[in-house]
Design a protein around this ligand. Sequence first.
Ligand SMILES: *Cc1c(COP(=O)(O)O)cnc(C)c1O
Length: 389
Amino acid sequence: MTQHDDARQYAPETVLVDAARPDRGEGAAVNPPVHLSSTFIGTGGVGDADFAYGRYATPAWDPFEAALAELEHAALPALVYASGLAAIASVLGLVARGGTILMPRHSYQGSLLVAAEIAERAGITVVTVDIDDTDSVISALDALPADAEEGGASAMLWIESPTNPMLEVADVPALLDAARRRGILTTVDNTFATPLLQRPLESGADIVVHSVTKYLAGHSDVVLGAAVTSDEALRARLHDDRTLRGAIAGPFEVWLALRGLRTLSVRLERAQVNAAVIAERLAGHPGVVEVRYPGLPDDPGHARAAAQMDGFGAIVSFVVDGAEAATAITEKVRLWTPATSLGGVESLIERRRRHAEEPESVPEGLLRLSVGIEHVDDLWNDLQAAIGS
Ligand SMILES: *Cc1c(COP(=O)(O)O)cnc(C)c1O
């Protein structure tokens, strides 16, 4: 792969397009190939980075892992996983037996389920917090044991911001700073924001995780995840876990994810503009009880998001009067696709409480929108007709 000495001089939009291209040469391919080989020739010793067997390492992962590391400003290649949740499980597995995981009440529900499962199996305590209430999170940090232990971290602060689907905004730099000063390991799920809108490693996070399935791949055609860190020891432990448990990504999926990543900036730019318009129009609609979008000036997370993010993202949540009314909207829309997931080019709408595991603090009538890149008037007309008056 091409390693530009001057890579950090490029803006993220350029990094997306330029990162991890094959070496230049007369007749060279512009794109990396799809590497399909489960095994690699060798007669000597095998190290972690050597190509020996497809579960340990494969050139199929390298371009995507290099590109994501460059975007997140990580010193080491990212680790791509079979899914976002596989990456999350691997990272949560760093917490030692008897340790504590501190998580947002409104974390991605799968993250909460994995944490609960680990808690049961490994005697770990899971403490849930309101991640946008900085004082209460810091109080919870003060109640945790400090000092990372040999063989695992005694505590981990898990940050998701904005949260899913409540769109609460955490004070990410303040929380990372507070955790670091107490020797507590930190992970940020950066799926909603993407590295274009916030780069938590720069603010001192130990690890960033992604559901690559969402904005990074961007076309609702692959399920993939990633973990990113600049810490050699942490990366080695995550790499060992991925190798041991085999939560590895397929070559075609990773190739598609890199292909999708190339257009992230234009997709997100358009989606964000659309989201801002939709949020504003929803806020003025008489059938809408509440709108959550950090880009709205009176949203509780607005000032914080404006200070720490390079954009407000393209997820909007709004509340109508009860589950039935919300479900009816998802049945009436014709352009919006009623489906879970987010971050694709097409706009999706979902009543989150249709999932039995969704926390009860999420209103029954809450609809989460993943705003796509269609024409905003077509999106609004369809949504408005479905909401009725
Ligand atoms: C979807 C999602 C995940 C899980 O990722 P998968 O790729 O579905 O396994 C984790 N965190 C957030 C914020 C998500 O939206």
